[in-house]
Design a binder for this molecule. Structure first.
Ligand code: SAJ
Length: 488
């Protein structure tokens, strides 16, 4: 018996919500995406090789700690639809219409080159289950009435990748291993995530996105899909919240994403370098910064204890990874090296201040406040504090660690961590630290009661008022010897 079957286009499946969505990697990026797709009406499955994460999700839990407004509610409402599933099995790729890849794309510290292990395994797993030959064996239709056009598969890479990765790795791998063809039954799209821990849901629903595609037709299909999870607010006063879906080529989308973070990294590096120069001049960087910002378009960023996270420290290297004509004095690479030195700068300041107070290295009793890379987040990726503690260990400086968002580091209160310390360094501007009573801190520390402020949390006046010494990145009031190696 022959059944007459028509081939339903992917765009139509998206419009009538019968398209099956699979999201690879249910972390900070993938989890909100898969939940929003389920809420939007798609049968949506999150896949992850970390079975503990999948098990926690299947028990109704949420593997993402830290303050993520709206995430728990989104997960609950998405689960209620019955369209949200989680699995570790790659079988779910078979029959998927849209596969969103949101896996990590780290950069190796030693050579600053991307390590695409997770991306490769995702592509191979997808290819294995989406081969046309496999597909034909599944259908085993005999009738000539069957439209033998295979289902269209759209693979969207949301992970941040080096420019050239879609055209040089993703598309060729999928075409070669599935016998599919871009523009025919395979659409490879690059829609870089633009998320920030602490604002995941708001950013994913409202932040404008770039859609990289090989043709306007493919871009249109991708836009039709993303319009289901990104709200269009063309009149919003703040352009970034207009939820625009801006079409570009794949290489342009890859450059936009990596360059927007490289730009921020360079801005932060400028602030750090200016702060270190101010320290040398005995100037107060924070006052200097305030006055510079009175000039138009002088958005001097905040000097700090380091640049951590899953984006900024690596995206510059991704941007440069395949660059053919990088300048020998690359500002982008230079900024990366300078920012990587920021935690060392804090370490040098600790030693300098100890010396100024005639405290021998082995007499330093240091409390290190803050381990995550960002205020009010539990995300410790590329934590500047990790870098600092490496230096402390090498110098055998005794220290205690605290962080209100990290399980092992929040068991004791800030006061008990600081008790008996003669120096406290604040590496992260957690709200809990901003609310600390300076008086109480002074009351439990031992002389000379030194505060090193890595994130401009406190004011010199408030600290000195209770008899403590205050040193901030950018404002140390120590007469540095000429050409000291203090900042290198
Ligand atoms: N930092 C400074 N000085 C500054 C700003 C940040 O030292 O003036 C440090 C932070 O302490 C942190 C690191 O840099 O350690 C990164 O901070 P971030 O505010 O850039 O936070 P991220 O890494 O979460 O940045 C993300 C990025 N978003 C994406 O990659 C999708 C970035 O592009 C956004 O600008 C940022 O969120 C944001 O503000 O939304």
């Amino acid at each position: 018996m022959s059944k007459f079957m028509t081939h339903e286009s992917l765009k139509s499946k998206i419009k009538n919500k019968t398209a099956k969505v699979v999201v690879v990697g249910v972390g900070y990026v993938g989890l909100p995406v898969v939940a929003l797709c389920a809420k939007a009406g798609f049968d949506s499955t999150g896949v992850d090789i970390v079975t503990s994460r999948i098990n926690k999700l299947n028990r109704g839990g949420n593997p993402i700690e830290g303050k993520e407004p709206g995430l728990d509610e989104l997960l609950a409402s998405a689960r209620k639809t019955g369209r949200l599933h989680f699995t570790s099995s790659a079988d779910v790729y078979r029959g998927a219409d849209i596969i969103v890849i949101a896996v990590e794309t780290p950069v190796e510290k030693s050579d600053h080159k991307p390590r695409y292990k997770a991306l490769h395994s995702a592509l191979n797993a997808i290819a294995e289950k989406s081969q046309i030959t496999n597909h034909k064996s599944q259908t085993n239709y005999k009738s000539s009435n069957i439209n033998n056009k295979t289902n269209e598969l759209m693979v969207v890479v949301e992970s941040t990748i080096a420019p050239g990765t879609i055209d040089g790795l993703v598309r060729p791998t999928l075409e070669r291993k599935t016998s599919r063809k871009e523009g025919n039954d395979l659409y490879v799209v690059n829609c870089p995530e633009r998320l920030m821990p602490g604002q995941l849901i708001k950013k994913i629903k409202h932040h404008s996105r770039v859609i990289g595609a090989a043709s306007p037709r493919v871009a249109d299909i991708a836009k039709t899909f993303y319009r289901n999870i990104i709200t269009h607010q063309p009149k919003h006063k703040d352009f970034q919240w207009r939820g625009e879906l801006d079409v570009a080529t794949n290489i342009e989308a890859e450059v936009v994403k990596t360059a927007e973070n490289a730009y921020r990294d360079v801005q932060i590096a400028f602030a750090n370098e200016l702060a270190w120069i101010c320290e040398g001049f005995g100037a107060d960087f924070w006052h200097v910064r305030e006055l510079i910002r009175k000039s138009p378009n002088r958005d001097v960023h905040e000097a700090g204890a380091g640049v951590g996270g899953h984006c900024i420290p690596k995206d510059s290297w991704l941007l440069l990874a395949n660059a053919k004509n990088q300048h020998k004095n690359s500002v982008i690479a230079g900024a990366r090296y300078l920012n990587d030195d920021a935690p060392k700068h804090v370490f040098n300041l600790i030693k300098l201040v100890a010396k100024k107070n005639n405290i021998a290295t082995n007499e330093i009793k240091l409390a290190v406040m803050g381990y995550s890379y960002l205020q009010d987040s539990d995300d410790t990726r590329n934590s500047p504090t990790e870098e600092l503690t490496g230096h402390l260990k090498k110098s055998k400086i005794k220290y205690r660690l605290h962080d209100p968002y990290i399980d092992d580091l929040k068991k004791k209160s800030p006061q008990s961590i600081v008790r008996g310390a003669n120096m406290v360094v604040f590496m992260v501007a957690h709200s809990q630290y901003r609310e600390l009573s300076i008086k109480n801190i002074a009351g439990v520390m031992v002389k000379p009661k030194i505060i090193i402020d890595g994130r401009n949390i406190f004011s010199r006046k408030d600290i000195e008022k209770v008899g403590m010494q205050y040193f901030s990145i950018g404002d140390i009031k120590i007469n540095l010897p000429n050409k000291s190696n203090y900042s290198n």
